[in-house]
Design a protein around this ligand. Sequence first.
Ligand code: ATP
Ligand code: MG
Length: 415
Amino acid sequence: MRWLKLRRHPEQIRLWTENKRFAVVYSGRRSGKTELAKRRLVLGLQTRKKWPDPRYFAAAPTRAQAKRIFWKDLKALTPLQWIKRIYEADLCITTQMGSELWVVGLDRPQRIEGAPWDGGVLDEFADMRPHTWAENIRPALSDRNGWCWIIGVPEGINHYKELVDYAASGEDSDWGVYKWRSSDILPAGEIDAARRLLDPRTFRQEYEGSFEGKAGRVYYAYDAQRHEDKTITLKVHLPVILCCDFNVGACVWEILQTDGRAVWVVDEIVFQNTNTVEMGKEVLRRWGHPLAGFIVYGDAAGSNRTTAGKSDYALLQGLGFKDQRIKRANPLVRDRINAVNAMLENTDGAVRLYHHPGCKMLRKDFETVVWRDGGGEVNKGDVERTHATDALGYFIESEFPLSLHRPDPLKRFYK
Ligand SMILES: Nc1ncnc2c1ncn2[C@@H]1O[C@H](COP(=O)(O)OP(=O)(O)OP(=O)(O)O)[C@@H](O)[C@H]1O
Ligand SMILES: [Mg+2]
């Protein structure tokens, strides 16, 4: 039976019993937002209306995501004797009472816009487009006085925060806001694991439902006192890892080693107006032929062909750098940065990333790269900046990812 009994939680009960027309739930990861929303949807299917076909939606930013989050569970939660038909291709359940439950992705908002709705849920709302609510959803709820739950973990100061502020202002009694911490629901061991993995700001955002602003330094977890280490030397039993970022102007590569737990950046190569072959030769000149070999990581864009006809990685291959671990597409900038910050310091204060004082570009990036005013974007005003941290970030994100944006109840929140 899918209807497992939930522990009593006062804020969850408030959400349930206040029964506001519009409810915003911005609690932490794995705190039960989606589970409650699924139950609300299924129970709603039996509500009698003046029309024969009450219609409800379970929506997420994309159709694939919506299917992954909702489809199996909604089928399992709907009592068998209620079900009239299940449309697998359309992701729709129709009931004997005449009601319909649709799983939809807002990558195609037309699905929602066309017809009137009696209620629905928007999950992972922070990842939806800013105007989704006002333009696509709210109007579709007018005809039938439909309800909506808007749920998801915060993500910076964005449209989600605006909606929470509006709902919390009390100006509009249709609205309610609800929040509780992941630690109220998740076992302590899971919370501890997240603390070890995440930097403090990401932890607050993801597990305590906090809207964390992006202002000031991007790599705020960096402190030269803690992260610079002049005793770092090459460990012969570990491979030498090359992190590449390709640029026409300043070209910066970082050289590092890892034992799978900590990362030591041993060196960096900085050339102006150079090319990939020159950079590769410099690596060989400095580090020769290490016993455990080289491994190359870097910008996925380097796989495109250069003006010389070959891709940057093909050129490196030609120089003997055969072990290359390049992603087909680059990760989201925010995921890359969060992963680097988490290595600089986790919520428990532990450091897992160190660099040699010789890595001056890296230190300068860590200390001076800032967010652009008011936005979630990195300020790229200085042409010398971000090459070192970009290069390093491709490696960190590959080998030490946070995998937070994976709202799949069957999967754990970390690797
Ligand atoms: N009050 C509760 N007592 C016990 N378990 C609960 C309670 N509320 C939710 N859960 C359980 O917690 C788990 C996580 O719930 P859910 O997937 O809804 O989290 P979420 O908040 O949507 O997380 P995410 O942000 O990762 O999507 C589910 O297995 C659910 O059954
Ligand atoms: Mg969820």
